[in-house]
Design a protein. Structure first.
Length: 342
């Protein structure tokens, strides 16, 4: 999805009118229709992609790189236990793990609990507990004491236990590797800060660890979906120069974190099966998360590599060409001239 020169997003119907107007620009002046005689229409797939994108109900936007850069810059001076710093750590972790909202944050300051079942008769928080995170060094040796600053240099992996999943595969454990190249967005370091924050704020072992602390409050509060939405939309507004009342801001919600995780792996060229397994989907429903992002638009253009070979000749009334003939076109043209003379 792109914008006009006025930074206004336009829909499929408007784009179609633009294309038709471009054709009329030629035909009204007696020139050939620029789409006539083309073996492969390169415009139609783009229009169809936009049309299909608009047909997806309740679609959500991903967190773009410039949004993340804005978050990192604005949160840098914030206190480690502040709301913004806490949310940023969960976004850094979630854009890799694809965590669902219910797996880490709350709808309110009341903790969302599981419903009793035969296998788990005692309700427990749906969101992550401190015990759901296990840290390891480069030799896969367990690191038990993460409170010490010295442990930062030795932590190499974090293994996360997904106790309560939408897909029903409760208790699944998935390890994640430390990113030494990009430490600012390393999921392992983000997980380490999250756990240390919970320890520093004395979060009980039976309570969710997506917490923050206001300077005016003596105790911690839970991060809610409302907090996340406000944070994301503020970043989107700054990154894309959107007006506060722009309707497109509604596309960023707490679910955008999971959308981002799917798109990052897709952008990196990972297979569908890898994305499905790594981000814990039981089926291929994750495909609906692979949006028509700015990144896919860049990739699409690069793949097309449009050159003169893709363009019609567009002869003028005097028989001249709008562009020089390609070498193979000279041969074809000479062939037809010779056949006509014979």
């Amino acid at each position: 999805m792109g914008n006009t020169i006025k930074s206004i997003r336009i829909k499929y119907a408007t784009l179609l009118k633009y294309v038709n107007a471009a054709k009329l620009f030629y035909t009204d002046r007696g020139y050939h229709n620029p789409q006539a005689g083309i073996r492969e229409d390169l415009v139609k797939p783009l229009l169809q992609a936009v049309k299909q994108y608009e047909s997806i109900t309740n679609r959500k936007e991903m967190i773009y790189d410039n949004m993340l850069a804005h978050m990192l810059a604005t949160c840098r001076p914030c206190h480690p236990t502040s709301l913004d710093s806490s949310i940023l750590d969960w976004i850094i972790l979630g854009r890799v793990t694809g965590a669902r909202r219910s797996e880490w944050c709350q709808d309110s300051q009341s903790v969302e609990m599981t419903s009793p079942t035969l296998s788990h008769p005692i309700p427990e928080p749906k969101a992550f507990l401190l015990s759901d995170f296990e840290f390891f060094d480069s030799l896969q040796q367990r690191i038990y004491d993460i409170s010490s600053p010295d442990s930062t240099s030795t932590v190499d992996y974090v293994q996360i236990c997904w106790r309560c999943q939408k897909n029903g595969d409760n208790g699944q454990k998935i390890p994640f590797k430390r990113d030494y190249t990009h430490p600012n967005v390393c999921p392992v370091l983000a997980a380490l800060r999250i756990c240390r924050r919970a320890l520093n704020l004395s979060v009980p072992s039976t309570s969710p660890i997506a917490v923050f602390c206001n300077p005016s409050s003596p105790t911690f509060s839970y991060i809610t979906a409302k907090h996340v939405v406000a944070f994301l939309r503020r970043s989107a507004q700054a990154a894309f120069n959107l007006r506060p009342d722009d309707h497109s801001l509604a596309r960023w919600t707490s679910h955008s974190i999971r959308v981002t995780a799917a798109n990052i792996l897709h952008r990196a060229g990972m297979s569908d099966s890898y994305i499905q397994t790594r981000l814990r989907w039981k089926s291929n429903t994750f495909l609906m998360y692979l949006r028509n992002t700015f990144y896919s638009a860049d990739k699409h253009t690069a793949a097309l590599d449009i050159s003169n070979r893709n363009l019609p000749q567009l002869p003028t009334k005097d028989g001249q060409q709008r562009r020089p003939l390609e070498p193979h076109e000279h041969i074809i043209s000479s062939h037809f001239l010779a056949a006509a003379a014979a």
